[in-house]
Ligand binder design. Structure first.
Ligand SMILES: [Zn+2]
Length: 309
């Protein structure tokens, strides 16, 4: 895998490359075989009829598998974020690797490193974000769960001054027996922006019904601004600093996706050594169907309040 030099990214890319497993993929073929192995770990299974016999057709860039019983043709990329992509898989694997950097990577820098257009880099990153967001949303928080009514984007050093660009957010986390926050989820309350607006109690209740397995959990709510669960409050601040350092000021339209990216990356960095974070990220990308550019930009933008427009 060659790395475009002169971008200033090579030193830190190399540092992380050695910790990742993507670097062992040297060709499109290597990447494709890795995806095929991940898609069908125990060998081909027809998605239509569950038959396991198939013929492999290698005449195209993406190998096709034809079911020996119903003749259905499929590929390892169907139903994944890579379906229909024209970007070489080696560039996708590098993008996934760079996505795992502690503060992620902006579309501008990614476009320079893997030598694609800005629009392509933007779309690739949003597809990865979408995959991790959708995947994580399927896993409910359970156990010892704390939920804060917080604000995203508030300058922590200016406690009493209102912030027109702050957004109300519900933050929830599980807590380990030793008192460490483990899995974290954020949900923006889109219509509440600016000043000291925070998530209301009903927003916290909505968060719990959507993201917490309340039957097997002990849930504690922190709805008062000056009595929040501090470790979780700190993670919201950390998120703001990290996203600000990589992306600058983020608009409301995709902010939820960036928050999902942060919490997913944080979780991946906590992953156990036997399964590298790169493999877990790739698995998430393999089970979530892609989102198209038009679906992404067609998502209804969240209208800012008149006071902050
Ligand atoms: Zn079949």
């Amino acid at each position: 895998m060659t790395i475009h030099t002169g971008t200033g990214l090579q030193p830190f890319y190399s540092r992380y490359q050695s910790e990742q497993d993507y670097s062992r993929y040297q060709s499109e073929q290597d990447c494709m075989e890795a995806l095929i192995a991940m898609k069908w770990p125990s060998g081909f299974v027809c998605p239509r009829c569950d038959h396991t016999g198939c013929s492999r057709l290698n005449s195209r860039r993406v190998p096709l598998f034809e079911c020996g019983r119903c003749k259905h043709q499929t590929s390892a990329l169907v139903g994944t974020i890579f379906e229909g992509t024209r970007v070489p898989l080696l560039k996708w694997f590098m993008a996934l690797d760079l996505f795992l950097l502690p503060d992620g990577i902006s579309a501008m820098r990614l476009s320079q490193v893997i030598e694609v257009t800005y629009k392509t880099a933007w779309l690739m990153l949003h597809k990865i974000r979408y995959a991790v967001g959708e995947f994580d949303a399927r896993e409910l928080l359970y156990g010892d769960v704390k939920v804060n009514s917080d604000q995203y984007g508030r300058n922590p050093s200016r406690v009493t001054v209102s912030h027109p660009h702050a957004s109300a957010v519900v933050a929830g986390c599980t807590v380990t027996e030793s008192g460490e926050p483990q899995q974290v989820r954020f949900r923006l309350v889109p219509q509440k922006r600016g000043s000291d607006t925070r998530a209301a109690r009903r927003d916290l209740t909505a968060f719990i019904s959507e993201h917490v397995d309340s039957h097997s959990s002990d849930v504690e709510l922190f709805s008062q601004a000056f009595r929040l669960y501090a470790p979780l409050r700190n993670i919201v601040r950390e998120t703001w600093k990290s996203l600000k350092s990589t992306y600058g000021a983020l608009g409301q339209k995709h902010l939820q996706a960036y928050l999902n990216e942060f919490t997913a990356r944080r979780q991946l960095h906590l992953s156990k050594p036997e399964k590298t974070m790169g493999q877990i990220l790739l698995q998430k990308c393999m089970v979530i169907p892609r989102i198209s550019y038009h679906q992404l930009i067609g998502h209804r933008p969240i209208q800012p309040l008149a006071a902050v427009a």
